[in-house]
Design a protein around this ligand. Structure first.
Ligand SMILES: [Zn+2]
Length: 166
């Protein structure tokens, strides 16, 4: 069971332990909340990076996973593209070359879209146990935590941070 918490982007506070393994945190890692749409050629995009406390080993694991899976993602896009190219003679024989051109554009853009918009939160959830869910127009970012205690503590710390100091 994971727990979703809404944070005002300017007032998010987190407990000083690694969000993933609960070791003492010696660094932070940015977890982004986004809203909008990125269609590669058309882009309407807003985001906010929440600096989550993290230990160095967890941070470097997440970074390496990011590099590796982005390379795999690009290979997959190339694979889809090459696979569609192989089908060209078939579509030409059927007299559907135009359809083939649209399909190749669609599948390539579609797989690029998935790589860009879907990979980051999936990797964050898998390797950090937290991911950005959404960002509202009013500047509220929603994070989803695997560790319920970390989520609840973060929520109350952020609320305390909101109180005016006297
Ligand atoms: Zn850790």
């Amino acid at each position: 069971m994971s727990t979703s918490i809404d944070f005002p982007t300017g007032a998010a506070r987190f407990p000083q332990r690694c969000v993933r393994c609960a070791a003492s945190a010696d660094t932070t890692i940015a977890v982004e909340c986004t809203s909008g749409i990125d269609l590669v050629v058309f882009k309407y995009w807003r985001w906010h990076d929440f600096p989550l406390p993290c230990c160095s080993p967890c941070k470097s694991r997440r970074r390496w996973a990011g590099v590796l899976f982005h390379i795999l993602g690009l290979l997959a896009v190339c694979g889809v593209f090459c696979g569609m190219c192989e089908l060209e003679p078939l579509f030409t024989r059927m007299g559907q070359r135009d359809l083939w051109l649209w399909l190749i554009l669609g599948t390539t853009a579609g797989s690029l879209y998935l790589c860009r918009n879907w990979l980051t939160p999936v990797l964050d959830a898998a390797f950090l146990g937290v991911r950005g869910v959404r960002l509202t127009k009013t500047g509220i970012g929603t994070l989803k935590f695997r560790d319920r205690d970390f989520a609840i503590e973060s929520e109350s710390l952020s609320k305390e941070g909101d109180q005016p100091h006297t």
